[in-house]
Design a protein around this ligand. Structure first.
Ligand code: NAI
Ligand code: MG
Length: 354
């Protein structure tokens, strides 16, 4: 097994160092190789995703990614910006399934935007399709309208599209993920209004026939947005398209408190994956040793579970994180009165010890 380690910019290097420490403490046999990405790579070689970094990622079973971006690169042309590295990796590796768990840890229920009783024990897995939908559908553009309410005026348009294979593969991913959890899938669409999402509902229903042990429910996206804040604990695995997934995953993130706690994974058909915290490079706190490394450490756990077939090791990491939180250690983003404030390195060390 080979893991590409891409720390990137800002707090990326600080949080990745802690995740690597945790991985090493597991005493499993894998090779880790580090490469530059993002602004760091641009500064060294003139490109945010150098050939060597891309080749390393392709040749690895998984990529553990820190974060990229820095305000000092804001004036660069788009193709050379640090953020292009993550888009390039997604495209080149064919990553189509984005996993965003929203877990509310018992000790952090106070950080949620909802009442503690609504989120205590919350554990949702949102699976967002990443390659299709209105974000990439052609045609798109601007033109002079020939019909509609204002013929002759300037207009813009995008196209919502999903192909059968795109829906089938994300549905399989969702049902298989549910089999490893509570065997419930909620498929979110807008089948009442959009043909694309009536098709989505039809195809998901067909794929469901392969998974009789999993319960499938369909829901319109407007209702799903309400249910996420009304009774989020009724949801187990939520699967949806690219745009609805973008919005609902951010909504779900707020139920859990800090962005410093949220891991993510993006997988391709070969179960090769890119694992990263949901947050960015946090230039405002970079170099201060105070960033929360837990989102990255939990991303490493997801990597062990989904790409490296080491579910037990993943469970060990997640249990260690819970233990550390229960012992009262907090980085400043999750600090509250009566707990003990620690820095990035101390938090990583505590997880290793646990
Ligand atoms: P951000 O997620 O980096 O920071 C937002 C806020 O959350 C900041 O106040 C930051 O200090 C805090 N924060 C983030 N992670 C934290 C952690 N682990 N511990 C404690 N506090 C944490 O988002 P922002 O400020 O919008 O973007 C900063 C840079 O990151 C930009 O260049 C942006 O393009 C890039 N970015 C990169 C991503 C990636 O690499 N996948 C994703 C999102 C943003
Ligand atoms: Mg978003």
């Amino acid at each position: 097994m080979k893991i590409a380690i891409l720390p990137g910019d800002g707090i990326g290097t600080e949080i990745i160092a802690e995740a690597v420490k945790v991985l090493k403490a597991l005493d499993l046999k894998f090779e880790m190789e580090t490469a530059d990405v993002g602004g760091t790579a641009y500064a060294a070689s003139g490109h945010p995703l150098p050939e060597a970094t891309l080749n390393l990622a392709k040749a690895s079973d998984a990529v553990l990614f820190g974060a990229v971006g820095d305000y000092k690169y804001d004036n660069l042309e788009r193709a050379l910006r640090p953020e292009q590295a993550i888009l390039g990796l997604r495209k080149e590796l064919g990553l189509f399934a984005n996993f965003r768990p929203a877990i509310c840890y018992e000790q952090l229920t106070h950080a949620s935007s909802l009442k503690p009783e609504l989120v205590a024990g919350l554990d949702i897995l949102i699976i967002r399709e990443l390659t299709g939908d209105i974000y990439f559908g052609q045609p798109r553009g601007r033109r002079t309208a020939v019909d509609g309410h204002f013929p002759g005026s300037e207009e813009a348009f995008d196209t919502m599209r999903y192909s059968r294979p795109e829906i089938e593969r994300i549905a399989h991913v969702a049902f298989q993920a549910a089999q490893k959890r509570n065997k419930k899938v909620l498929s979110v669409d807008k089948a009442n209004v959009l043909e694309t999402f009536q098709f989505w509902r039809d195809v998901v229903t067909e794929v469901h026939k392969d998974y009789p042990d999993v319960e499938l429910e369909h829901m319109y996206v407007d209702n799903a947005a309400m249910q996420l804040v009304k009774a989020p604990k009724n949801i187990d695995v939520l699967v949806t398209g690219n745009m609805f997934g973008d919005i609902l995953s951010d909504e779900a993130a707020m139920l859990t408190g800090s962005i410093g706690m949220l891991p993510s994974a993006s997988l391709n058909a070969k179960k090769q994956g890119l694992y990263e915290p949901s947050h960015g490079s946090a230039p405002d706190i970079a170099g201060k040793g105070i960033a929360n490394p837990l989102a990255t450490i939990l991303s490493a756990a997801m990597m062990l579970r989904y790409s490296l077939d080491q579910a037990e090791a993943a469970n060990r990491i997640e249990a260690a994180v819970k233990k550390v939180l229960a012992s009262g250690l907090r980085t400043s983003d999750i600090y509250s009165e009566g707990t003990q404030k620690v820095g990035t390195v101390e938090m990583g060390n505590a997880v290793v010890a646990a």
